[in-house]
Design a protein around this ligand. Structure first.
Ligand code: PLP
Length: 394
């Protein structure tokens, strides 16, 4: 038995532990009395077009073809449509030969990392970051190097990045809009990062890839999310429909290897090889078809926006400090004591279930997932106030 895998399987993530606690507590005191802000599970329904597409596809009659294997990289018509959309939506060059269909962003990342990393390579992660990145990087026999963001919004720290890049750096993962901060990296920052990576690639005579993890691309509130392949050639986009179409359980997404990558066709071959080696071939066939019909659509995110405003405005008015989220559905709030874990324990007294930032590679904050009912947020505000007052009195 592989002991490392066993311990990974046995060790529940912090978020999962809170989820289990939440279920126990709900059974004890009633679901409506627990304010569970732990999970990033979309709370708004998939667009009607998704259900319509499913109904129409399964009614078409050719169920053998519909439910059968597609080619390993995905159905050609699906990949062609997605590539056309990339061209028309973002003005980036793309063709079906650059698209590999996957089971969501997690699979896209695992496959992409395996495709670009060799044993002992380093992958730069921008803290705070999605905790599973460490697991995915290790799976690619590479090593995570965390670089924390700066300022109130955890923006890119270019000088720290410059120091962190070495001859071993294979890639840097960019996640914008970000989980857990809700921050969106501006075009100016991406330009500066691209310039730095070009300089370092030249210095070390190797390609350094940006892996753009984009499950939240469409979840934005009045800001543009720069399309990284338009700024940096060696970019691999890991896209997922989990959040944009509220389809996380259906496991569908894709990898886009920019044709501007050096040796793009070899990198795409490495993606196919990594998919093969990890068993991520032929993403769910019905969902590939749904993606073809609904690519570019977004669930009605006005409810997230309402939640965002209510939570951010109310908490900051009470005296909390938080990153103003420009995208995704998370609020990153400064803990009222140094140890965010102790703060989360205290919040439990008020039935507030928050995630400590340590699990995201940064200390002293908590993440609040606001993909919940508006009413839950409204009713939770007095609990947040009581929690704040407890610290004020001290
Ligand atoms: N990347 C980030 C930043 C996420 O927040 C998530 C899920 O929450 C994923 C990747 C995985 O997404 P998927 O459900 O598409 O695998």
């Amino acid at each position: 038995m592989n002991l490392k895998m066993m311990s990974l399987g046995k060790k529940p993530s912090v978020i999962r532990e809170i989820f289990e606690y939440s279920n126990r507590r709900k059974a004890q005191i009633g679901a409506e009395n627990v304010f569970d802000f732990s999970l990033g599970n979309p709370s708004i329904p998939a667009p009607k077009a998704v259900n319509d597409a499913i109904v129409s596809l399964v009614s078409e009659g050719n169920s053998v073809a519909l439910h059968g294997y597609t080619s390993a990289a995905g159905d050609m018509a699906v990949r062609t449509k997605i590539a056309e959309n990339i061209k028309s939506r973002f003005g980036a060059d793309a063709s079906a030969q650059n698209i590999y269909m996957t089971c969501g962003a997690a699979a896209s990342l695992t496959v992409s990392l395996k495709a670009v990393c060799n044993e002992g390579d380093e992958v730069i992660l921008l803290a705070p970051y999605f905790p599973e990145y460490d697991v995915f990087v290790e799976n690619a026999n590479a090593v995570s190097v965390a670089v924390c963001g700066v300022g109130n919004n955890f923006d890119l720290d270019l000088s720290a990045l410059e120091k962190a890049i070495s001859e071993k750096t294979a890639a840097i993962i960019i996640n914008s809009p970000n989980n857990p901060t809700g921050n969106v990296i501006s075009a100016e920052q991406i330009e500066a990062l691209a310039a730095l990576l070009k300089e370092k690639s030249k210095e070390y005579k190797k390609s350094i890839y940006i892996i753009a993890d984009e499950p939240y691309r469409e979840l934005t509130y009045g800001v543009e999310v720069p399309y990284i392949p338009n700024y940096y050639d060696n970019t691999i986009v890991c896209y997922s429909y989990s959040k944009s179409l509220s389809l996380p359980g259906e496991r569908i997404g894709y990898i886009f290897v920019s044709p501007k990558c050096e040796g793009a066709s070899d990198i795409f071959a490495a993606v196919c090889g990594a998919g093969r080696s990890l068993g991520f071939v032929c993403a769910p066939s019905l969902m590939q078809r749904v993606a073809m019909e609904c690519d570019g659509m977004t669930a009605d995110i006005s409810e997230y926006d309402k939640n965002r405003r209510l939570l951010y405005d109310s908490l900051t008015e009470m005296g909390y400090t938080a990153v103003e989220p420009k995208g995704a559905f998370y609020l990153f709030v400064k803990s009222l004591e140094e140890d965010a874990n102790a703060f989360c324990e205290r919040a439990k007294k008020y039935e507030l279930l928050l995630v400590p930032s340590d699990s995201f590679g940064a200390e002293g904050y908590v993440r609040i997932s606001y993909c919940v009912a508006y009413d839950t947020i409204k009713r939770s505000l007095s609990a947040f106030k009581a929690l704040y007052d407890e610290y004020e009195v001290k």
